[in-house]
Design a binder for this molecule. Structure first.
Ligand code: PAF
Length: 284
């Protein structure tokens, strides 16, 4: 496994792989890798002859009051995890390698980014799309892998790829959870022991919603109220949003009569966690 920090080094390697006819899978990450990332690497490994993992805490996707400085980092541990997963190349650039002086070009996907986390984190998806577009251009992959946990990110990137004609298949991979249901996330490392226990309430709300749906409930207002009351029981939790939206357009839905995404963001103490599930409509 090679670990490189410059765009030139990546381009050189990619060029030689392309000349040999190898397919390339890309797993873009911000590091502090966990089993969720490992599942993306495993999928990339299965589908492609070469796998590139990028590790870059992208400054332009963090708001001024967000956790850029404290975002967890452990490159040495990440290297070991990638090696174990059979990754071929890690690209871990500096911020100045990615954003040279006078950098001033951005990719902004409209519409989809006004909903859900986009409302709460202005500019976040512009930062994500810009860095992902750059990583696509640098690594020239056949396929790129993203977690379904960041459901809005996945929808926005799929839109960007379609709109800007990137010749790349975007593969969404299922959420990986802890044994008690908490979705794996690098930000879970911020949680104190008490907060970690409290954080289960996101999954409990999801479980309740799924049970209600199984029992035939289709009213978003009723399911949403039940989810709110599960989370409200947890004193350390503060709901940022719980929303049911159309999976493609991310527009709100009131009745579950089409495939829908239920996405939630909840503060546990100071840590903002996200989770979601997809309702698949059975046509009768
Ligand atoms: O999901 C993430 O870790 C980041 O948003 C991504 C896609 C690597 C872009 O910085």
């Amino acid at each position: 496994m090679e670990v490189v920090t410059t765009i030139e080094q990546v381009r050189k390697q990619v060029k030689s792989w392309r000349q040999s006819g190898y397919s390339i899978g890309l797993v873009p990450t911000m590091g502090f890798l966990h089993e969720g990332h490992q599942s993306l690497m495993a999928a990339a490994k299965k589908d492609n002859q070469k796998v590139i993992v990028t590790i870059f805490v992208n400054p332009i996707q963090f708001g001024p009051s967000e956790d850029l400085a404290s975002y967890p980092r452990d490159l040495e541990r990440d290297k070991i995890a990638c090696e174990k997963m059979g990754v071929d190349l890690i690209f871990c650039p500096s911020a100045s390698e990615m954003y040279t002086a006078h950098f001033n070009s951005y990719v902004d996907v409209n519409g989809l980014t006004d909903a859900l986390c986009g409302k709460k984190r202005p500019g976040h998806f512009k930062g994500v799309c810009t860095v992902v577009a750059k990583l696509f251009n640098i690594t020239q992959p056949n396929r790129a892998y993203f977690g379904q946990k960041d459901a809005q990110q996945l929808a926005v990137i799929k839109r960007m790829v379609k709109d800007l004609n990137f010749d790349i298949d975007i593969i969404g991979c299922p959420i990986v959870r802890e044994s008690d249901g908490l979705a794996k996330s690098s930000r879970n490392s911020y949680l104190s022991p008490n907060e970690r226990i409290a954080a289960i309430c996101l999954y409990q709300a999801i479980e309740l919603a799924n049970l209600m749906i199984k029992q035939g409930e289709r009213s978003v207002a009723i399911i949403d109220a039940a989810m709110h009351s599960v989370i409200a029981k947890q004193p350390l939790a503060k709901i940022d949003y719980i929303e049911f939206v159309d999976q493609q357009t991310l527009k709100s839905v009131e009745l579950l009569e089409q495939d829908s995404l239920c996405a939630l963001a909840v503060f546990i103490g100071k840590t903002r966690l996200i989770d979601n599930f997809i309702y698949q409509h059975q046509h009768s």
